[in-house]
Design a protein around this ligand. Sequence first.
Ligand code: FEO
Length: 392
Amino acid sequence: MAVRKLAESVYSVGAIDWDRALFDELIPLPYGTSYNSYLIQGSEATALIDTVDPVKADQLLANLNKLGIQKIDYVIANHAEQDHSGCLPLILEKYSMSSVVTNAKCKDFLIDLLHIHPDRFKVVSEGETLSLGNKTLHFTMTPWVHWPETMCSWLEEDQILFSCDFFGSHLAQSHLFMDDPSKTYQSAKRYFAEIMMPFKPSIKNNIKKLEKFSIRLIAPSHGVVYQDPEFILSAYRDWVSDRVANKIVILYVSMHGSTLNMVEHLSNSLIDKGLSVRLFNLINADTGDITQELVDAATLVLASPTVLIGPHPAAVYATYLVNAIRPKLKYLAIIGSFGWGGKMLEYMENLLTNIKPEILPPVIVKGLPKSEDYLALNQLADHISEKHATLA
Ligand code: FEO
C-alpha cells in the first residue's frame, strides 16, 4: 500500500485488505476493507493515529519506512479493538520512546487485550489537547461507537476529524478520498448495520457532540476519507433517526415448499398493493445485505417451517441476529408451517427480547396452505398495507 497525503505533513499510512471475506467472522465483505492509520508530523513531535490489524503489520511498517520515520512520540489509540490497536506492541517496541495517548478506559482495555505496560501510557480526558508544535490534537470522548472506550481526535490546524470506527465503511479502494458515492454509501451502511445500529441513542449524542468542531475532512479507520463530511454525517443522522422506509423485509427458510408457498403468496399480495418488498432465503442470503436492509425497514416478516418441535435453525439464527442488532422496525409478523405439531411461533417470539415493534397476527399453517390460509395471508398483507399507509 502506498503512502497517501491528506494535508501538509499528514499522511495515510495504513493498509488495504482487498481479500478479507468476512468481518467478525460474521458479515461478508464484497469490497474488502481497510485499516487506516494516519501519521501527523508536527514541528516538535510526531503522532501516529491508531495502527492496523496485525495481519497487515508489514504494510504499516513499510509505509513508515517509506516516509523515513525514525521517531514516533505519540501513538493515539482512539479505540482498543485489535483491528486498530493490534500493532501497538510492535510499534512501541520499534519506536521505544513513544507513548500511547488514550483515555483511562481505553488504557485499561489495552492492558487487558495486549498486555501493554501501564508506564507506556499518557492518559487524556474530555477536551484535552496535545501539541505537536505547529499542529494540535483535541480529544473528545465518543462512547459506544461501538465500544464504551472510543474517542475521536480532531486536528485543529487542518480541521481533520480522526473518528476510528465512527463513520467507517468496509471498502478497499486505491483512492484515499471517496470517489464512488453510491458504493461508499452502501459500504458504510453495511458497516453501520452490524456494529453501530444497536447503539443508535449514543450515536445520536455523539454526532451532536462533534458539532463543536469545524470539520473539513472525516478520516475514519475503515474505508474512504470524506472531503464532504456532510455526506456521511447526514447518512448517520438518517440511520439513527426514527424515520423508517416504506419497505418490508421477508426472511424465510422452507424445507418442503409450504413456507415458500406462503412467502410467495404474501410477497405477491404486498407487491400487488404497490409495497416495496425485499425477500431473502436464509439458506444462501448475504448476512450483510439483510442487516443493511434492516437499517431502515418498517416491517419484518420472519418465516420458518417447524423442525422437530421448534423453528428451523436458520430462522433461529436470523431472529437472534435481528434481536442483537436492534433495527428500528415498526411492525413484525411471524408466519410458517408445521407437519405434526411443535412450538415454532413461541420459540421465535421468545428470541425477540431487545426490540419492541408492533406484532402483527401470525399465520401458522399445517401442511400445504389451504384456501383459508391464503385468506389469512391476504389479511396480513392488508394489515401491513394499512400500517404502511400511516408512515410519513
Ligand atoms: Fe474497526 Fe471496533 O474496530
